[in-house]
Design a protein around this ligand. Structure first.
Ligand code: EPZ
Length: 431
């Protein structure tokens, strides 16, 4: 089983370039099949979730031409099936975007119900509420969501919870519905705006994405387009926390600083230096950092996908910090792993109380999910001695060449899949 071996204790310094946003790309790839013309998508992150989504698109017989690692041409004219295979939903939840895309284009979709995952139960009741409001009949049969509509009409939908997935899925289902659909209490994440901009570049008529009220005027059909995905704010935030935790100095390039404001504000509160440029941020980790409190919220609040990473940086700050996870019910599983490295965090319900420590010591730890895995790597890079990170497949779902980017910053990390390889790496970086 592949692992990362990390020798910690060195400040990370240098430059890193951020890849395209995974969570924007997943919605955009589903939307791409909604036209029968060629769609070219650039700045795709080359990560497992994206590659699984492209396999799923091929599976329903759309044409997929990977022009290079970060560019794909898709043509949905040859789609012969509105049923997505169970394998794809089991591997990535975002396959559920095919419900909105296929329902929106063909008035029919059948997609396996996504399971829960390590961070919570993750229901899709708001997605289904939206589809029904548009006039679809939705039923659960043999573990799949089957949505069908003779016609899709305008609706005024008020989401009971702010949901990124439901906002994107209902946008997809309504772009070719009759009349105007209004979504209230919509999610405002940058990736919602990116999906809306992509659909508008295909001829859709979506206004208000990025606010809590989105208006979609149905159009007859969508045409081809060429589009580049926005940079990944969570990958950028991960490297910002890496600079803080290792007391390093990293210039993080190809970012939209506005998308990082909540993370920047907290790192500055902790005493770090953050310099903003047009398309980059520089984080200089302070030797002594202060505790602060975090509450995860929908954008523009502090992102839940950055909660494990900032908790690692807070573990290395002076004093006691409180981190409240208000989005998912089970997103502190990494705390037990951090304890093996000397972390001192107590979890009560959805609040983690973090007592700062002088430093982590290397240990063997297991990634419980994607962002927690990245956070454990940050802790290992700051730790004294060697660490082994297991279940790195989670990390590779959302971070492109994570080990190579860390190595380029002076980090000592190696992807290995045998004890011998691990030993050889340790010999090479002995001392
Ligand atoms: C997206 O998940 C992201 N995934 C998640 O990123 C991210 O953590 C999350 O948004 C919040 O920002 C993708 O975009 C592929 P939600 P999603 O619907 O859409 C509840 C990562 O690390 N809810 O915004 O599934 C839900 O239980 C991943 O890249 C309902 O109750 O999240 C949760 O408590 C992890 N009913 C809250 O809303 C619904 O129908 C927010 O979930 C839908 C959601």
């Amino acid at each position: 089983m592949e692992q990362y071996i990390i020798r910690g204790g060195r400040p990370l310094k240098g430059e890193v370039t951020i890849s395209g946003a995974k969570n924007a790309a997943l919605g955009i790839l589903a939307a791409a099949v909604m036209t029968d013309e060629d769609v070219i998508i650039e700045n795709l992150p080359d990560v497992r979730d994206i590659n699984v989504m492209l396999e799923a698109i091929t599976e329903i017989s759309a044409k997929v031409d990977r022009m290079d690692r970060h560019t794909v041409r898709i043509n949905g004219s040859t789609i012969s099936d509105v049923a997505v295979d169970d394998e794809y939903i089991r591997r990535i939840r975002a396959s559920y975007y095919f419900i909105g895309a296929l329902l929106g284009k063909y008035r029919h979709a059948s997609v396996p119900l996504p399971g829960g995952c390590n961070i919570g139960s993750r229901p899709i009741d708001q997605h289904i509420k939206g589809f029904k409001a548009l006039g679809a009949e939705v039923r659960i049969e043999a573990g799949s969501v089957i949505a069908k509509a003779d016609r899709l009409h305008s609706a005024h939908i008020y989401f009971d919870v702010v949901s990124v997935g439901a906002t994107i899925n209902v946008m997809l289902a309504s772009v070719m519905a009759e009349g105007q659909t209004i979504i209230e209490n919509a999610a405002k994440e940058p990736h919602i705006v990116d999906v809306a901009n992509f659909l508008n570049s295909m001829g859709a008529n979506i206004r208000g994405a990025g606010t809590d009220t989105i208006r979609i005027k149905g159009v007859q059909k969508l045409h081809g387009t060429e589009y580049a995905i926005i940079p990944d704010q969570i990958e950028a935030g991960t490297f910002m926390c890496m600079a803080a935790a290792t007391r390093g100095d990293i210039l993080i390039k190809n970012v939209i600083p506005k998308h990082l404001e909540a993370i920047t504000a907290k790192l500055i509160e902790m005493g770090n230096e953050v310099e903003e440029y047009d398309e980059a941020v520089r984080v200089i980790g302070a030797e002594t950092q202060r505790h602060t409190d975090i509450k995860t919220l929908p954008y523009p609040g502090f992102p839940t996908d950055m909660q494990p990473q900032i908790s690692v940086a807070l573990s290395l700050a002076e004093g006691t910090s409180m981190v409240t996870e208000s989005i998912f019910e089970n997103r502190f599983k990494y705390v037990d792993e951090l304890a093996r490295m000397g972390g001192n965090i107590k979890v009560e319900g959805n609040v983690a109380v973090i007592d700062g420590i002088d430093g982590f010591s290397g240990a063997t730890v297991t990634s419980p999910d994607l962002r927690a895995g990245a956070a454990l790597c940050i802790a290992a890079l700051a730790a004294d001695g060697y660490s082994t990170i297991e279940e790195v497949g989670y990390i590779q779902r959302g971070y492109e060449i994570f080990d190579e980017k860390i190595t380029a910053l002076g980090g000592l990390i190696k992807l290995v899949d045998s004890e011998q390889e691990a030993a050889r790496f340790k010999l090479r970086v002995v001392g």
